[in-house]
Design a protein around this ligand. Structure first.
Ligand SMILES: Cc1ncc(C[n+]2csc(CCOP(=O)(O)OP(=O)(O)O)c2C)c(N)n1
Ligand SMILES: [Mg+2]
Length: 307
């Protein structure tokens, strides 16, 4: 029970819900697709990922639906549209790297990996079950497409800087994308990593900050404000793009500029809403790790039909 709201935030596992809603494998944007078709492909993928994600969280009785729904558009754009990685090339040392540093959004990652074809969609029914590969936070020892085990905040970006450095030392053109939370950017380790990336002009690195302005239980600005964030990132030597993180076209345009022409690393500040686009979740701090009732799942699915 949550002492402040008297509400049961983490209800019992609803194993009957595990069987619900398998996902199609859409795969990458088809080669030669027009921009409109590319954006439509990503939009539909994100819609289906959100559908499956909320069902998974309901079934498992655990998850972080707010931060999952804020970051899904970024993840879908990276895996289906931008990064040079596919189920066929996942073992290729020259593949691009994607690190989800905000590992609590694991269900969003797993659903995206499934729609991209990296893991079988049926596997999603095992989320959080004992011995499953789909842990509450992603484990690189269990899933090939997971580049780094994350969950403790503040580690993914430093790891990604190491990966980008290794790429440079290898003389490789592979790129490293890392996705952090904005509350997570309060961790000092991230600023050491940014300083290193800027100092060494790691142009093969792109950090995406999921700027939903909420962390666990509070607004970021009321906890330890990040502003002026873009000025700080520029001062640390980054090329900065300030974008609507739910606009797939804007995300594609920003990611298309990695590596940057200036030779600097890239930061994409992706402005998002936690719980987007669900009316009763959007921008509501209560939905950081609240589990929806079956009625709330149905309502969200209805809203997603129209999104
Ligand atoms: C080092 C560390 N401290 C605390 C936590 C618990 N925790 C998990 S998510 C979270 C809030 C993160 O906020 P933010 O980075 O803004 O993520 P988002 O809003 O995208 O969910 C916290 C405090 C953690 N996982 N790791
Ligand atoms: Mg946040």
């Amino acid at each position: 029970m949550n002492v402040e709201t008297d509400e049961d935030l983490v209800p019992a596992v609803d194993s009957a819900a595990h069987a619900v809603g398998d996902l199609p494998v859409m795969g990458r944007i088809p080669a030669g697709a027009s921009r409109d078709d590319a954006v439509a492909h990503l939009r539909e993928a994100a819609r289906l990922v959100r559908r499956r994600d909320i069902q998974m969280v309901r079934a498992a009785g655990l998850g972080h639906i707010g931060g999952e729904f804020s970051v899904i558009d970024t993840l879908v754009t990276l895996y289906l549209g931008v990064a040079n990685i596919s189920p066929e090339t996942v073992a290729d040392p020259e593949r691009d790297r994607i690190v989800l540093s905000k590992g609590h959004a694991a269900a969003a990652l797993y659903t995206t990996l499934a729609i991209a074809g990296f893991i079988p969609p049926q596997e999603l029914s095992t989320f959080m079950q004992p011995q499953a590969m789909l842990n509450g936070h992603p484990a690189r020892t269990k899933i090939d497409a997971v580049e780094a085990s994350t969950g403790p905040l503040g580690h993914g970006l430093p790891i990604a800087v190491g990966m980008a450095f290794a790429g440079r030392l290898d003389g490789s053109s592979r790129r490293t994308f890392v996705v952090t939370g904005d509350g997570e950017m309060q961790e000092g380790s991230n600023w050491e990593a940014l300083m290193t990336a800027g100092n060494h002009r790691l142009s093969n690195l792109c950090v995406v900050i999921d700027r939903n302005r909420l962390q666990q239980g509070a607004r970021v600005e009321d906890t330890n404000d990040l502003e002026p964030l873009t000025d700080k990132l520029r001062a640390f030597g980054f090329e900065v793009h300030d974008v609507d993180g739910h606009d797939h076209g804007a995300l594609l345009d920003a990611f298309a500029q990695v590596p940057s022409a200036s030779g600097k690393p890239t930061a994409v500040v992706a402005h998002t809403l936690k719980g987007h686009p669900i009316s009763f979740m959007s921008n509501n701090v209560a939905w950081h790790h609240k589990v929806p009732t079956q009625e709330q799942v149905e309502l969200a699915l209805t809203e997603l039909e129209k999104s």
